[in-house]
Design a protein around this ligand. Structure first.
Ligand code: S3P
Length: 179
């Protein structure tokens, strides 16, 4: 499994989709999987259960996703704050899409789909997460000034993956160690 982590706005979903397409793998977005699981939106889950309730659902859905066949999996920005998620990531290739706080906020400002933006201590939360991202990451890719394709390319190169010019079907993907 190739797992993308990083703060909100780092481009995990966009890059993940491009990377999966490039590698002929399935793409799974953890937030969308959570919404499917619950049948309601992320903001509605925060409203109904609070952040702690959301984290429990998130950890379970991620654990399930990690047990399925090799894919590209994008995690929500706060998933790494849950210890069981960090443990479950061991043995997987985990790519940190690294972004600065100001750049991240500029990309996500005003997005009603991101309840964490309402937190008055968001800057502290950003700082608190940095060592957690570093702990799980096996590859760090800065995103500043790079296009989606350039970030995907940096991941392919950084992970030492073959880089076919055309996407291959999923079942033609070569299994990799630990998957
Ligand atoms: C969150 C990030 C969101 C989503 C939820 C909580 C966070 O995902 O999981 O709103 O705590 O940073 P993105 O990073 O994809 O926005």
């Amino acid at each position: 499994m190739i797992v993308l982590v990083g703060f909100m706005g780092a481009g995990k979903t966009t890059v993940g989709r491009a990377l999966a397409n490039r590698l002929g793998r399935r793409f799974v977005d953890a937030d969308r999987a959570i919404e499917r699981d619950q049948g309601v939106s992320i903001p509605a889950i925060f409203e109904g259960y609070g952040e702690a309730g959301f984290r429990e659902i998130e950890a379970r859905v991620i654990a399930e996703a990690l047990r399925r066949p090799a894919a590209v999996l994008a995690l929500g920005g706060g998933a790494v704050t849950t210890p069981s998620v960090r443990e479950a990531l061991a043995g997987h290739r985990v790519v940190l899409l690294e972004i600065g706080y100001d750049d991240a906020l500029a990309r996500i400002a005003g997005d009603a789909g991101r309840p964490m933006l309402a937190r008055p201590d968001l800057a502290q939360e950003f700082a608190r997460r940095q060592p957690l991202y570093a702990e799980v990451a096996t590859l760090v890719v800065p995103v500043a000034g790079r296009s989606t394709a350039e970030v995907a390319e940096a991941i392919v190169a950084g992970l030492g993956l073959s880089s076919p010019t055309a996407a291959r079907p999923v079942d033609a993907a070569v299994p990799e160690p630990g998957e």
